[in-house]
Design a binder for this molecule. Structure first.
Ligand code: SF4
Length: 341
């Protein structure tokens, strides 16, 4: 479910060639393991469209077929069992082609995401607005919405994406005012994992904080697994979702007497598979350490090559520097076992 009271979902898109069914399934299964809730695959060819049924049989999350240019591929994707299709009506061609897609989607009860991208905006709108502007992007989306509504098709998700963050923010604010359809948020072509996630967090996070957005995709140049992790971090930071480990760790400073940076990284990495929400504080010294460690579910406040271990605000024991990672992992695994019901 997207929209209404449904939790804001995190989605991704595969980077394998869809025609390579085995590789695509393997990547989707990796995405499922880190909590991906919907996955999109590119459908550029007839061979790719034929892969849909095979891929679907091996995965458990909804599959979205992403189609550009060829309306016949969209129709066939629906017939092959895609759970949703994403089209950019700007490049699908004439209105009657869109109508043909809508007819088949309606017959199969398949929702459609209308995705407008700054990079493929209709020329007529670029001319009208003297360039690519938030107004032009919204007008494009709303034009397509009206066509769908005229056809009696309302099962829509909308997205307006640009690589420019302020433009993405402004266009989505306007879109949210213009209609009530669920909105898919993303900053398109955001970049490489580290900085792309940061740019996405600013664009998507600003909108989510204003109550705009129903599903998100972080577009990163790299392993799509990172997109899911980044997506949940954004939602967790805004208290919109709870999931997995949140490591609170200090930036370290001249008071540090333990090699803490690799400890925080090792803990985060080793516990990336945890699904239930849990906060772990890894703090460098006695200044803010005990305070943060007390508030977290589990925490360490480091001292001189040692640390105090906290569990739910209570000091449990003093441990040596080399025991910190293994002790935290052990504590979390025990907690998982206890809460596994
Ligand atoms: Fe520095 Fe201690 Fe604060 Fe970490 S917790 S930044 S080591 S004062």
């Amino acid at each position: 479910m997207i929209g209404g009271d449904a939790p804001i979902s995190v989605q991704s898109m595969t980077s394998t060639r869809t025609e390579d069914v085995e590789a695509t399934i393997a990547q989707i299964q990796r995405l499922e393991q880190v909590g991906c809730e919907l996955v999109r695959i590119a459908i550029p060819t007839k061979e790719a469209v034929k892969a849909i049924a095979k891929i679907k049989s091996q995965i458990s999350i909804p599959l979205i077929a992403d189609i550009h240019f060829d309306y016949r591929l969209a129709i066939e994707a629906i017939e092959q069992g895609a759970d949703k299709i994403r089209i950019n009506p700007g490049n699908i061609g004439s209105k009657d082609r869109l109508e043909k897609i809508l007819k088949v989607a309606k017959e199969h009860g398949v929702p459609i995401r209308i995705g407008v991208n700054a990079g493929s905006l209709q020329k007529s709108l670029i001319q009208k607005y003297n360039g690519i502007t938030p107004e032009a992007l919204v007008e494009s989306a709303m034009e397509h919405v009206r066509t769908c509504e005229e056809m009696g098709f309302f099962d829509l998700v909308l997205s307006i994406k640009a690589s420019d963050v302020p433009m993405t923010i402004e266009a989505n604010r306007m879109l949210a005012k213009a209609c009530d359809y669920p909105i898919h948020l993303g900053v398109t072509e955001a970049g490489t994992p580290k900085w792309g996630a940061l740019r996405s967090a600013i664009g998507i996070g600003t909108l989510l904080a204003e109550g705009i957005g129903d599903t998100i995709r972080i577009s990163l140049t790299g392993d799509p697994v990172d997109e899911i992790r980044a997506g949940f971090e954004i939602l967790k930071a805004l208290h919109l979702r709870k999931k997995g480990i949140t490591v609170i760790s200090c930036p370290t400073c001249g008071r540090l007497e333990t090699n803490m940076i690799p400890i925080a990284e090792a803990v985060e990495q080793a516990l990336a598979d945890v699904e239930k929400p849990l906060t772990i504080a890894v703090m460098g010294c006695g200044v803010n350490g005990p305070g943060e460690a007390r508030w977290a579910d589990l925490g360490v406040a480091c001292g001189k090559h040692s640390a105090l271990l906290f569990r739910k605000g209570q000091i449990i024991k003093k441990i040596k520097e080399e025991e910190i990672v293994s002790t935290l992992i052990e504590e979390v695994r025990k907690w998982e076992e206890k809460n596994s019901s």
